[in-house]
Design a binder for this molecule. Structure first.
Ligand code: BV8
Ligand code: ZN
Length: 248
């Protein structure tokens, strides 16, 4: 193959671009961040309905802030792992590349990824519960029991998407459009249960993309993928990339 704008062909003869990746909590597990649904998962201790919903914030904002402060302190002490770093390397090597994440921990950016579609927001951003104000805040923990909006003084909340809330439509459309034109999608560390994120791989499949799933176990998506690599993301992604990275 010659010429930079040629579609790169994998050593195994499949298209490598447009290259799309969807990650979930499992990619951060080896950084020490508990997943949501595994054993010892976050939601086991705290029922999602009690904490990650607008109703719970309305009812008890201090409780919800205690939960997010606990997560902020945990994430602040965690480093990106080899899987995050491999994805940052792929972004630098593959021009037509889109990284979509359900995670709010910011570890893809910490590993050097530059363009990340954060479907469910970021734990490091706050937004006002009343006006449009939103801002970066890296304090772990946020000291006030319920921080106030700097613009209007109303209660501030984590700038994340809670259950029952719709995602940022622009970010979701970008993710769906990337999937709709993809030739290859890696799905890494997601239980493929939470919608609308869980439907994104099917958009890629309908577009004729090759789907490669990396997980510790089979998921509802597994029957629809071309390849399921079972094992920790740090190992499985590095080995897959070693087998398939372009050598020119
Ligand atoms: C919406 C931000 C509507 C907050 C999160 C029935 C059918 C379909 C949909 C629904 C339904 N009932 C309700 C819904 C809607 C609901 C939903 O999907 N519920 C699920 C539970 C059924 N969805 C919503 O509410 C969404 N909004 O639908 O709005 C609407 C429309 C119009 C107008 C108004 C409203 C919003 C969903 C977003 C919720 N927010 N997070 C926060 O994080 O605090 S979701 C939360 O789950 C996280 O973002 C997390 O990323 C996400 C998904 O979980 P995973 O990432 O997959 O993590 P999980 O623990 O589940 O799995 C980890 C995987 O990793 C496992 O498979 C494990 O085997 C693997 N693993 C572990 N270790 C490793 C590993 N893999 C590799 N290596 C390892 N080392
Ligand atoms: Zn405000």
């Amino acid at each position: 193959m010659t010429g930079s704008n040629e579609t790169r062909i994998l050593m195994t003869g499949i298209d490598l671009e447009p290259f799309v990746v969807l990650t979930g909590a499992g990619i951060s597990a080896e950084s020490g961040i508990p997943t949501f649904r595994g054993d010892g998962g976050l939601w086991e201790k705290y029922r999602a309905v009690d904490l990650a919903t607008p109703e719970s914030f309305q009812r008890d904002p201090e409780l919800v802030w205690r939960f997010y402060n606990w997560r902020r302190e945990m994430v602040a002490n965690c480093m990106p792992n080899q899987a995050h770093k491999t994805l940052a390397e792929i972004e630098h090597l593959i021009p037509d590349y889109t990284l979509i994440t359900q995670n709010i921990d910011g570890l893809h950016y910490a590993a050097g990824s530059q363009n990340v579609l954060e479907l469910h927001g970021s734990i490091w951003r706050l937004r006002c519960s009343a006006c449009e104000e939103r801002w970066e805040d890296r304090r772990a923990p946020v000291p006030e029991p319920v921080p106030a909006c700097p613009a209007c003084g109303e209660p501030a909340r984590p700038d994340v998407v809670w259950f029952g809330e719709s995602l940022d439509i622009k970010i979701l459309q970008k993710a769906q459009q990337a999937a709709a034109r993809s030739r290859l999608m890696l799905i890494i560390g997601t239980s493929a249960i939470v919608h609308p994120a869980a439907a994104i791989p099917l958009v890629a499949r309908n577009a004729g993309a090759r789907l490669v799933e990396i997980n510790m176990e089979a998921t509802p998506l597994s029957p629809y993928v071309d390849e399921t690599l079972l094992g920790p993301a740090t190992e499985q992604l590095a080995e897959w990339w070693l087998r398939n990275r372009p050598h020119n």
